[in-house]
Design a protein around this ligand. Sequence first.
Ligand code: AMP
Ligand code: MG
Length: 350
Amino acid sequence: MEAKDTKIIKINPHNPEIEKIKEAAEIIKNGGTVAFPTETVYGLGANALADKAIEKIFLAKGRPQDNPLIIHISSIDQLNNLVESIPDRAYPLMDRFWPGPLTLIFNRTKIVPDRITGGLSTVAIRMPSHNIALELIKYSELPIAAPSANTSGKPSPTNSSHVIHDLLGKVDMIIDGGSTGIGLESTVLDISGEIPTILRPGGVTIEDLLTILPKVEYDKALEITDREIVPKSPGQKYKHYSPDARLIIVKGEVDEIIQKTNNLYSKYESKGMKVGIIATKQTYDKYRGKNIIIAGDRNMPETIGASLFNILREFDELKVDIIIAEGVEEKGIGKAIMNRMRKAADGKVV
Ligand code: AMP
Ligand code: MG
């Protein structure tokens, strides 16, 4: 791939400078690629209706061709062109969770390029709640396809330095709009079947969804590590979010976690390996003298979600061989945190 001259611009996330937004929108309109912040993670955006533009996203990320992209919109009007019909149950969901970290799966129209959906008859759509993302879509006057702005397989980017690390020279523009808030990707919800099904846990929790829907299930492929089961969300079958180091997740009661973590640390250190611990506010002082990064507060798991991908990247910078991560309870945002940790660990839980 030919190296591009990537322009980096800083935009105020609270009050985006419209001149700068227009400059970025011009790139999208001309079929180029712009990385921008959303409330979940940074996205790599391009015109969702142009094959050549979409192609650039796949190239820059090294993304497998059959892993479909989410289309980002800034107003409900944009849906009509993209989807065959809007199921009744979509309305209260859009009302409650858009703009926000909920991606819905719809039956698509012919306007949506095959390149976006990997040939599926459905399309994934969301309306992000980040000011920069919304303004960029609005001024582009186009739906924007935007997967996470990382090299495929690496942890998703939660600040512009992660994007610069992965995509400098591969995209036309990188917008620096500070750190993303949630730090984990959107929830992907399939509402096309009888029972609404979560294909990927994310920023909107099952508990949130159950305030609107009578019944919600997780896709079976999420519950079982059996590789025979093909996930409905093509992206879920790939190894993801992987640091260079090997990740081990430690589960159990807090005391048990501390003990197992200390034992594992000693074991790997004695083999001459460099080890790191993803600790929490409640536990860090039990790992005296060890190489730790505090992810957040076990009682506020959203703090752990917000810092997880950054920590995986930090440990890679530190050239750690083994990362030991404390597991969290699988409720609320904890479900998404454990999903990402498991994928990063390729299933290794002790
Ligand atoms: P990313 O854009 O990197 O956050 O990944 C997008 C996620 O949405 C992947 O896990 C995709 O498999 C999933 N996705 C996108 N379009 C569809 C679709 N039409 N049906 C099911 N899953 C989808
Ligand atoms: Mg991604």
